[in-house]
Design a protein around this ligand. Sequence first.
Ligand code: LLP
Length: 408
Amino acid sequence: MALAAEFGTPLYVFDEATLRGKCAEYGEEFARRYPDTLVIYACKAFINRALAQIFKEEGLGLDVVSGGELAIAKSVDFPMERVYFHGNNKSRRELEQAIGWGVGRIVVDNFLELSLLDEVAKEAGVSQEGLLRLSPGVDPHTHAYITTGVIESKFGFPIAEAEEALAKAMSSSYFELIGFHFHIGSQIFELESYREAIEIVLRFAAEMRSKYGFKFEEFSPGGGLAISYTQDSPAPTIAEFAEVISSTLLEKSKDLSLEPPRLVIEPGRSIVGQAGVALYTVGATKEIPGLRKYVSVDGGMADNIRPALYGDRYEAVVANKMEEEDLERVTIAGKFCQSGDILIKDIDLPKLAPGDIIAIPGSGAYCLSMASNYNASLKPAIVLVKDGEARLIRRRESYEDLMSHDLV
Ligand code: LLP
């Protein structure tokens, strides 16, 4: 309530202790089972300069997918050797920027990129280390829009083309191939999918060792661990995730007589998701007797498009009515001009009145990073809370910001 009053709404509030706690949990759970692990945070879930600074302090690396994310990392002097550059259509300019700034690894997605990278690295006179992104053909049964490792995915080399890619990469003088990456999807509950995909990629690595003498030094099974958005959908723990990955990697390496590679994991959502809460103020209400009661708030799909895009469900509480037990069923609607702009359909909440503050937990991942200025709306302010103190880490946009790129 105090934060909403001080900073206005919609407001995104991140809890620093939760954020650092998740970083530490990832570090510890993997270190205990597979000491040679680097945890890199997937910036696409949400990054800005304050968060990048925290990940730097926590000793994580970063997975970046654009020149923009790379520039944010650079702006806080992030150790570039811990930065991995992903993406299925990196531009020449982005590759030049990445190589010029000395990123640790480039994760190559396709044949065009292999040639481009070779050229750019040659021009820069460097030997660039990197991985090939493989598409292992495993379906983790998450939402189709966020499934990435199936055969028809736009990402990576299907295993059938991977040998040609490897031969091409190994013949390059400026790209040094040191391993493989895959990412099978996001919001994954079925951890067995990782086991399946790791086995496929390790078998491929062993085959390439015998055929080409390929040295498999580094392996990244991506990110993707689900978080629990609602009470009835408990997600696997970080420990369970670490266990499946580490044990499969150790067992399969042994079976195939491979030296266990250095492990790189790329969590996004499961680090930042639960650290963020969105606050909205209640405004107008519309009741359609016998059908539905809409309660509109001052944000919606411009700051969180996930319910509209994926049909995802969130929980909510009313910050100023936490003790009230008399509930009614409502639908929380956003304020944007589209009927599908619904944040939560059919949720039981205390009777709402204009001015009440609705808090939606689990809003830290893929909300702000996918935010838009739809309806010429202003992107929300963001605060970081630590030991009861709140610090503004992004000011609310202004109309001047909105128009600052327009030329008349
Ligand atoms: N590594 C790669 C190569 C990825 O493509 C992704 C996510 C991650 C790591 C991190 O995955 P995470 O741990 O966050 O699940 N907009 C969607 C999610 C798209 C995820 C894209 N890739 C959503 O709102 O659910």
